[in-house]
Design a protein around this ligand. Structure first.
Ligand code: GLA
Length: 731
């Protein structure tokens, strides 16, 4: 049993293999959060709450003359509103009478085997025989009869606890829900660092770590999409936590729209973290008898540093997010047409490219943007999902057949959520865009955003995309999304419901994905959003892989992929070899370095193979073969960050270790030439100290202890941006 309720003490203890999470129902019915951290027993640890008078704090009416009991001084599991807890609230409601108060008190609970699911939002799932349990606790406001069901999914072996919350309006009238966090967590202390992942287009998920100081630190997005600017994931850890030791708590939201992650250190130096849908422009009218579901947060805990925390996330996102068969299958090595051709191609050019790309070891040809409608540039055609017969006579089925005849599979790009004004779709349905009445909507990349809160827009998109897919020949789809949302107003809803549209857009998106992705189990879907602008757990329930960034420059990718790896597995990161000088950064690095960096992902090419010489093509074939040989290890092994690309070290290195411990692959890219003749060693992780390992590339036989404590000696005098790989086999 991983969830235990002590009836006498009213204490809930949730255990995973290495962690404990504890809550207690107080004598007045408030659900107090007691502890989250290294595993302890079921003993009631409520002694950790100091019972002291906090002058000026409010004391609930029911405590009478007691000046100690205060909602602001006590750690809360799901905080109340307008009742004396002045920290960031879990919930904000405008009740039918105009008041803001909500005080949820323990009402009932349920414990069962297996994992809860939400009806409107993607969640992790539990495999049939997996050791997973659910705890549901209902908190009810005794005055308004509004209740909140707190959900906990406990993945015992993975040290993961998921949380979600469902509001139920049991009151007599509709209420306005203006903030609803999926999870919040109170720590009694404040000596923490926060690690977040910020960025922008071409520069996603840069790692930033700093101390939490008094006040509120907020990460989030209100661009309508989880976004390039902050990833919906964050880590709170002890100040001395590093890869190998220390407490670390991870939070990853299973949601693709506006989100917030707040960390507040209060005046008593207590810390509250909260995560959920961003409250900006969020105003959800929940009618009487109706529910609102807040998306799931995946919380992981490690008492042994960041590597272990990442392993928990990697395992859960590989095994419990996406039900597509491709998750565990060998992925195609694609050649993608975007960087080499943009919009200018025809069938013959594509076919000759596909043919030569086989020499590189590619086994799938992906036709990116530009194949449909009048899409000869960014300003036209989006929305018209009909092949452009001038470029592609006979349409997609003919092209797909001819690609298949070359012995390759075939992939196609879509951006279903968008429309150009210069398109047949827009001319027929100008009212299908998000737009504020009387105002011309803002364009971004010359495109407008379709109103996915509208059921007929969703129906149309499901039909339009399925029509192409059902005609056959498409083995892979790249699902793109290339702008942020604004002008958020929907003709489908009355004025008092316009605060629902950001969220309803995302619900519409999931409905469309259910209707397209889930009805085509034999197609591999890859997510994309101007590179990695929508890289989140919810997307990973549909897409086994997501294009990590439009920046294909290998040194830039080192920081992008490093940051992505804290929460998301390497098997989900789309990464390709492209030409040099790189089109974005102008940087030139050796082909091998580009290939080794792209092996930190799903590996493929994004270049014109006809422009390469024979020697370069042969070199690529060697890399493709090496990737194929190591693919399973890369996809399913334990991943270790051996160094940080932000440190002053001369190299960035990472390592994969097979779950059996028999094999390992070490990848190194040198970055600094200023200390070229310095002796440099790469210390490995995840090996057994007493075992011996053979290093294939050097022929050395070394003990795990030597490899861990001394490390592999890097070759001297190598040019900047050299790459090395070392394959280890346990003897
Ligand atoms: C986005 C994607 C690119 C490419 C283009 C096509 O930027 O991230 O990979 O598909 O769109 O327009």
């Amino acid at each position: 049993m991983s969830i235990i309720y002590n009836q006498t003490k009213h204490v809930f203890s949730i255990h995973t293999a290495n962690s404990t999470y504890q809550m207690k129902v107080s004598e007045y019915g408030h659900l107090l959060h007691l502890y989250y951290g290294k595993k302890i027993s079921d003993e009631d640890v409520s002694y950790l709450i100091p019972h002291v008078v906090r002058s000026h704090e409010s004391n609930p009416a029911e405590v009478g003359e007691d000046r100690v009991y205060s909602l602001c001084a006590y750690p809360q599991e799901f905080s109340s509103n307008d009742a004396g807890d002045y920290r960031i609230p879990s919930i904000e409601i405008v009740n039918a009478d105009g008041s803001y108060a909500f005080v949820g008190k323990y009402h009932s609970h349920k414990i069962y085997h297996g994992k809860y699911r939400l009806s409107s939002l993607p969640t992790l799932y539990a495999a049939e025989k997996e050791n997973v349990e659910t705890l549901e606790i209902i908190l009810k406001d005794e005055i308004t009869h509004i209740s909140v069901k707190l959900l906990y999914g406990v993945f015992y072996d993975k040290d993961v606890i998921t949380r979600a919350a469902i509001l139920y309006n049991g009151s007599a009238k509709g209420i306005h829900l203006q903030r609803m966090m999926s999870a919040s967590l109170d720590f009694m202390t404040s000596d923490f660092d926060l690690i977040g992942f910020f960025g922008h287009h071409y520069f996603e998920r840069q790692t930033e770590r700093h101390h939490l100081t008094h006040g509120i630190q907020e990460l989030g997005s209100f661009r309508g999409v989880s976004g390039h600017f902050h990833n919906p994931s964050a880590i709170v850890c002890d100040r001395n936590t590093d890869e190998d030791q220390g407490n670390a708590y991870g939070f990853a939201l299973m949601y693709s729209g506006n989100f917030v992650f707040d960390a507040e250190v209060d005046g008593y130096s207590q810390t509250r973290v909260a995560m959920g849908i961003h409250p900006k422009q969020f105003d959800y009218l929940v009618d009487k008898g109706e529910c609102f579901e807040a998306p799931e947060v995946v919380m992981a805990y490690s008492g042994e540093g960041l590597a272990k925390l990442s392993h928990s996330y990697h395992d859960i996102f590989r095994q419990n997010a996406c039900e597509s068969r491709f998750v565990n299958e060998r992925r195609p090595i694609v050649l993608n047409s975007w960087e080499p051709f943009h919009f200018s191609f025809d069938s013959e050019k594509l076919l000759s490219t596909a043919e030569i790309s086989r020499q590189l070891g590619a086994d799938m040809f992906v036709l990116d943007d530009g194949w449909f409608g009048a899409r000869d540039h960014e300003k036209a055609g989006l929305g018209d999902w009909v092949a452009n017969e001038k470029k592609l006579p006979g349409g997609i089925p003919v092209l797909a057949r001819r690609i298949h005849d070359l012995g390759m599979s075939f992939g196609l790009w879509f951006e279903p959520e968008m429309v150009n004004e210069d398109s047949d779709l827009y001319r027929a349905h100008p009212d299908w865009c998000l737009q504020v009445p009387g105002r011309a909507p803002s364009r971004s990349r010359h495109q407008l955003c379709l109103d996915l809160s509208g059921p007929d827009v969703c129906d149309y998109l499901i039909k339009a995309v399925n029509q192409i897919l059902d005609a056959g020949g498409v083995d892979y789809v790249k699902w793109d999304y290339n702008r942020y949302v604004c002008d958020v107003y929907s003709q489908y809803y009355p004025p008092e419901r316009q605060g629902e549209i950001y969220h309803r857009y995302i619900l519409g998106l999931y409905r469309i994905l259910d209707g397209i992705v889930k009805t085509h189990p034999d197609i591999l879907f890859e997510g994309c959003s101007g590179g990695g602008g929508r890289f989140d757990g919810a997307m990973l329930t549909y897409f086994p892989q997501i294009w990590c960034s439009d920046n294909t420059d290998a040194p830039s990718r080192l920081t992008i992929q490093y940051g992505t790896s804290f929460v998301y597995p390497v098997s989900t990161m789309g990464a390709h070899v492209s030409v040099c000088p790189n089109k974005k950064t102008g940087r030139t690095v050796p082909l091998k370095t580009r290939a080794v960096t792209a092996m930190h992902g799903t590996f493929g090419y994004e270049l014109d193979p006809a422009k390469m010489n024979e020697q370069e093509r042969e070199e690529c074939a060697v890399y493709s073969e090496f990737y194929r040989k190591n693919e399973e290890l890369i996809r399913s092994g334990d991943y270790y960050r051996l160094s940080s690309p932000y440190d002053e070290s001369i190299y960035t290195a990472w390592q994969f270790v097979s779950k059996s411990g028999e094999e390992s692959l070490v990848c190194v890219v040198t970055e600094d030439i200023s200390i070229i003749d310095k002796n440099s060693y790469v210390r490995l992780r995840g090996l057994e100290g007493e075992s011996l390992y053979k290093v294939e590339q050097t022929g050395q036989i070394l003990s795990g202890a030597a490899l861990i404590n001394i490390g592999l000696l890097l070759p001297h005098t190598q040019p900047q941006y050299s790459a090395f790989v070392y394959s280890l086999k346990k003897l």
